[in-house]
Design a protein around this ligand. Structure first.
Ligand SMILES: Nc1ncnc2c1ncn2[C@@H]1O[C@H](COP(=O)(O)OP(=O)(O)OP(=O)(O)O)[C@@H](O)[C@H]1O
Ligand SMILES: [Mg+2]
Length: 271
């Protein structure tokens, strides 16, 4: 079956004349800093982000990679308006967040969890469930519609949360490690599905991931962050045709560049 996000009536073309630079900015993060007042083990407050600037053009897939604790989740929560920056500014249309933890409601079935965003938008239960059911079939969840979250594997729960985020119907998707709990085969299937779906129905995506290869397979551009306090070290343009294979030498070369920008394991652990 052809992958589709199925949240808009009129699919639009992904290709735009003039490329990324002439497209409207959908997400603008300018010189944003964020310090948490709560204390670390040494008794200091924690500066999560230090002067971060990032931009995503309309219908661009921007991946953000960086080591654990560099402020990626904080950045997504700021973009989605769940937190406010201490300084700097953020401009962004309403965005749907897929949180790092799936946050499924334990008392609802998988299908009702997935349909939740539509129910909140006052879509009738039967219609909301029907739309969620279509995506369940596409994402390998058919037969699990009435299971409760505790009956699902971690990877299944993650896909239910992914369906819920897609069905929120927002122009901007903020995905926080969306495929981290999936096995390698299912993850590759999800990459292919998402690439196809975005070709059918483009969205602006801010994709946070630990997986540099995933970033290069899926994104138009990759922002590489430094460890705490989080800063953008560099950005990589990934102007390769889709679909992209992991073993494509161009993908491998970009992955090496990104890993080089992140530094060696010794350097990272010493920071
Ligand atoms: N609510 C909070 N209160 C206090 N400190 C926080 C809070 N949320 C995050 N932090 C701290 O801010 C820093 C950045 O956290 P954040 O969760 O944004 O990192 P991350 O890059 O998403 O990490 P990971 O890859 O492990 O998910 C960390 O040092 C973390 O301990
Ligand atoms: Mg995180």
């Amino acid at each position: 079956m052809q992958a589709q996000l199925k949240t808009r009536p009129e699919p639009r073309s992904r290709s735009q004349p003039g490329g990324t630079r002439e497209r409207r900015q959908a997400v603008s993060v300018r010189e944003v800093s964020r310090t948490y007042a709560s204390r670390d083990r040494a008794g200091a407050s924690v500066q999560a982000l230090d002067g971060v600037s990032l931009h995503a053009a309309e219908h661009e897939v921007l991946a953000v990679v960086g080591p654990s604790g560099c402020g990626k989740t904080t950045l997504l929560e700021l973009i989605c308006g769940l937190q406010a920056p201490d300084s700097g500014s953020i401009e962004c249309a309403p965005a749907a967040l897929m949180p790092q933890r799936d946050l499924l409601m334990p008392w609802l079935s998988a299908l009702d969890n997935a349909a939740l965003a539509l129910r909140i938008a006052h879509v009738r239960r039967a219609d909301a469930r029907a739309r969620a059911r279509e995506l369940f079939a596409e994402l390998g969840l058919a037969g699990w519609e009435e299971a409760r979250p505790h009956e699902l594997s971690g990877g299944m729960r993650q896909r239910v949360a992914f369906v819920r985020t897609l069905l929120a119907g927002k122009d901007i998707l903020c995905l926080d490690e969306p495929f981290g709990a999936l096995d390698a085969i299912t993850r590759a299937d999800m990459h292919a599905w998402l690439s196809d779906a975005l070709a059918q129905e483009p969205r602006t995506v801010v994709l946070v991931t630990h997986d540099v290869e995933e970033a290069i397979v899926l994104a138009d551009r990759v922002a590489i962050m430094a460890p705490r306090p989080g800063r953008v070290l560099s950005e990589l343009d990934v102007s390769l045709p889709r679909p992209r294979g992991r073993t494509d030498p161009r993908v491998v070369a970009l992955r090496e560049r990104a890993l080089g920008a992140l530094g060696s394991p010794h350097e990272r652990l010493a920071r």
